[in-house]
Design a binder for this molecule. Sequence first.
Ligand code: FAD
Length: 450
Amino acid sequence: MKQTAIVWFRNDLRLHDHEPLVRAIADGYQILPVFIWEDRWQHQSPNGFLRMGFHRRRFLSESVHDLKRGLTKLNSNLMYVSGSPVRVLTDLISQYRVSALYFYRSPLHEEQADEQALIDSLGSTLSICRFWGQSLIHPNDLPVPPDQLPDQYTAFRELVLGKVPIRQMEEMPSAIPTIDTPYWGFIPESRTAARTRLTGGMTAACHRVDDWVWRGDYLKSYKETRNGLTGMDYSSKFSPWMALGCLSARQIEFTISRYEKERGENDSTRWMRYELLWRDFFFFMAMKHQTRLFRLTGLKNRPVKPDPNPELLTSWVTGNTGIPLIDSAMRELAATGYMSNRMRQVTASFLIHDLKQDWRAGAEWFEAQLIDYDACSNYGNWQYIAGVGNDPRPDRVFNVMKQAREYDSKGEFVFKWIPEARHLEGSMIHDPASWKLIPNYPPPVVEIAE
Ligand code: FAD
C-alpha cells in the first residue's frame, strides 16, 4: 500500500500551479488534502477589531468550498478541521500514519513559528517538504538574498525586472490518489449581505481573468483607469483571489505575456507588471524585516508620536468623519470588504496625518475588513504612508480636498455611498460649505486644508 502525505492548503487555495500537490503526487504518495480554519483568525487585534471580519470569512469560506468541489472532481476531497495548525496536523499525522507533509511556506513570523514547531516536534519522524509560492519571483532566484534587498521599490524593480526569470507554472493534476476515509469534516457556510460581486474560489478567479483581460480587453487601458473609484473594471480586482492563492501571481504574469503576444505590448501591460512587483516587493520586505512590519516605528525605526483618540478612530472606522470622500470610502469598505487603491491611500493618509492616529489601528481595521487582506501588502503600504516604511519621502500626505476634486470631480463616488447627498449636484459636493445641507450628516471632525 502507498504511504500517505498530507498536502496542507494555506494561502494557496487552488489546484493549478500548485507545487506541493504536484510534487507529493510525483513522489508516489496517496494524498490527504487538508485545510485548517485557524483559531487565531477569531482573535481580536490590539485595538479590539476582529482579526477576520465577516467579509473575509465569507470570501475564505467560498474559496474553501470551491477548492473542495475542485478536488472532488478529481476523485479526491478536502479535510476541513478548525484549531491550531500544529495541534491539528500532529493529530492527523498520528491518526492517518502520515509519512510526509507538503506545504507552501509563509514569509510571516507567526506562521513561520508554526512551521518551526512542526519541524521541531515531527521533523525526525516524517519528511517535511516546504515550497515558496506566493510571490511571482522565487526568493532563491533573486540576485541577492531577501535580507540584502534594497528598501526602496524603484531600486528593487531595477534589480529584478526583466533580469530574473519567472519559473514555469505547474500543471494541474489530472487525478489525485487520495486516502480512503469516511470523515472529511463539515465546512460551514458563511453568508452575508455583502454588496460586492466578488465570489471566492479559483473558479470565480479564472472567470475574472477571462472577463477582465480577454472579453473586456481592459489591459489595453489599465494605466489610465487604475485610479478610478467606482465600478468593477477600472482595475483588475485580482487581489482578493491572489491573497488566498486562488490565483497564482505566475498565472497573471503568464496571462499578461500571452496578451502581449496576441494583442500587443502597451503601457498598461507594463504597468500591471510594476504593480505585481509591488506585491513581491512587500512580500520580500516582510521576509527581510520580520516583526518590524508590525511595529509603530516601522522598518525605519523612526520615532512617531500618534495622539490616540477612540472617538476620532471610531468616526473614521464607521464612515462618520463628516468629510464625504473619506466617509464614502470607509462605508464602501464596510459594505463590501473592498476599497480602491486610490482611496486606501487617501483614507490611510487622513487617519495618520489629519487625525494623528496610530497607523497600526488603521492597518488592523483594514486587516479585519479587506477581502484581499495580505499582511505584507497591508502593513507594508500602511508603513509607507506613515513614513516609517519603504517610502524614501518622510511624510506622504494626501490633500483630501485636492484628491476629491481630481478623482471624484462629479461626486459620482460620494453619491453612491452617501445617497442622502444626491441633491447636491456635481462639484458642490466637494465644497465644505455645502456639507451641512446633507440630512443627518455629522460636522467634520477636523478642519481640513483646502
Ligand atoms: P490592480 O490595480 O488591478 O493591481 C493588480 C495587482 O497588483 C493587485 O491585485 C495587487 O496584487 C498588486 N498591487 C497593486 N498595487 C499594489 C500595492 N500598492 N501594493 C501591493 N500590491 C499591489 N493589497 C493587497 O493585496 N492586500 C492588502 O491587504 C492591501 N492593503 C493595502 C493597504 C493600503 C493602506 C494601501 C494604500 C494599499 C493596500 N493594498 C493591498 C494594495 C492595493 O491597494 C491593492 O492591491 C489593490 O487596490 C487591489 O485591487 P486590484 O486587484 O484591482 O489592483
